[in-house]
Design a protein around this ligand. Structure first.
Ligand SMILES: Cc1cc2nc3c(=O)[nH]c(=O)nc-3n(C[C@@H](O)[C@@H](O)[C@H](O)COP(=O)(O)OP(=O)(O)OC[C@H]3O[C@@H](n4cnc5c(N)ncnc54)[C@H](O)[C@@H]3O)c2cc1C
Ligand code: SF4
Length: 337
């Protein structure tokens, strides 16, 4: 790891010009540092300046307003988990935050850092390899060990997006606010992410001088149920092999609204609008859930070692709907292989 300077900015308005300033050199934002320090140790980045977003008190808040939940980017995962209104009204978000890493990671890791964390592909993280995403000539996962890589949306890189919170928040209809040199932007969280075919070197549409400032989650319509199911390979802390976030509104046993987002299978959190449409207006029966799962994975083109993700994702989809629509069913947020 190289030596670097550490800056506690006083005002948000100064941050964009600090992050992109040739006189300062390569500067990156840090929040909890649980991923960023790993990136530095893995020699993925060698910043000259680290800009501490946690020094900005205006980025740390959690407010329940009449129509929405507003969460500042440096709010920690533990603060989200401990919020009783989130537990009650946004269960998918609570479960996703609770499923992350270890207690220590959740205590310092932030929601903004979770959404902006970098991929875990082992060719990317290892400094023994220079793959396409690090300026090399080819994606080493295609012919290599691709057990953890993407089965949809891949090419030319086949990373999977590692965030647990992103699928849950997208299922809940979240928007994000950003701040950069061009001022403030607001967009659906879904639109924050870019496929490798559009942006190979990064995973979001954020500019170098732009940071995430706030996550806004609309208040769910009364009766909306949601859940986040995560399948991990290890019993201890681990990223999702496959995960499923579901938000569903039932009217007389019929689905009147639904959002379905998959994690661990694509370079971005993978929403499946066709599968959602197939369930709207229908009852949640075994036959309909099988159809929805088949549609959701219809575009899957697994690599040589990750075909197992297709039946796994289909099973998790059925289990997630079952757990939200039949409240007596056994509902777990993580499971062992
Ligand atoms: C052992 C271990 C286990 C883990 N397990 C999981 C897991 O199960 N699930 C999971 O989802 N994650 C997991 N993680 C990733 C973990 O780092 C994130 O979950 C955590 O929330 C990141 O938050 P942070 O504040 O520490 O981010 P940081 O490390 O501070 O930042 C992460 C990245 O985001 C950028 N960034 C941070 N904040 C902003 C912002 N506001 N705007 C723009 N860019 C920003 C940084 O520059 C950096 O590139 C794990 C990490 C470790 C080390
Ligand atoms: S999937 Fe992406 S990060 Fe992994 S080896 Fe291929 S190009 Fe590199």
């Amino acid at each position: 790891m190289n030596s670097f300077r550490f800056l506690n900015p006083r005002h948000l308005v100064d941050v964009p010009n600090i992050l992109q300033n040739p006189q300062i050199g390569n500067a990156v934002p840090i929040a909890g540092g649980t991923d960023l320090i790993g990136q530095m140790k893995d020699n993925l980045i060698s910043p000259e300046l680290i800009v501490n977003l946690k020094a900005l008190s205006e980025l740390k808040f959690l407010r329940h307003e009449s129509q929405e939940l507003r969460i500042g980017a440096t709010t920690t995962l533990t603060e989200i988990i401990n919020d009783p209104d989130i537990w009650m009204n946004y269960p998918a978000l609570h479960e996703a935050a609770e499923s992350v890493g270890s207690l220590q990671i959740r205590n310092v890791g932030t929601i903004g850092g979770n959404l902006c964390q970098r991929p875990r592909c082992w060719y990317y993280r290892s400094d023994s390899f220079v793959c396409l995403k690090k300026g090399g000539r080819e994606c080493l996962s295609i012919k290599g060990n691709n057990k953890y890589n993407a089965i949809v949306g891949g090419g030319p890189s086949y990373i999977v997006h590692p965030s647990d919170l992103a699928p849950a928040l997208i299922a809940l209809g979240a928007r994000v606010r950003t701040y950069g040199r061009s001022g403030e932007r607001e967009m659906d969280l879904e639109s924050l992410y870019a496929l490798p075919s559009k942006r190979l070197m990064g995973e979001t549409v954020l500019d170098k001088n732009e940071i995430l400032t706030e996550i806004i989650v609309p208040k769910p319509v009364v009766g909306t149920r949601s859940t986040y199911l995560k399948f991990k390979e290890k019993k201890s802390m681990d990223w999702a092999l496959v995960s499923v976030a579901v938000s569903v509104l039932l009217c007389d046993q019929t689905v009147s609204d639904v959002r379905l987002v998959l994690g661990g299978i694509a370079p971005v959190p993978w929403r499946v609008p066709l599968a959602e449409s197939a369930l709207r207006g229908k009852v949640v029966s075994d036959a309909n859930l099988k159809l929805v799962a088949d549609i959701a994975l219809g575009d899957a083109t697994p690599l040589s070692h990750n075909g197992f993700k297709v039946p796994l994702a289909k099973a998790l989809i059925r289990r997630a709907f079952d757990s939200v629509c039949n409240s007596n069913s056994d509902h777990k947020t993580s499971m062992m292989v």
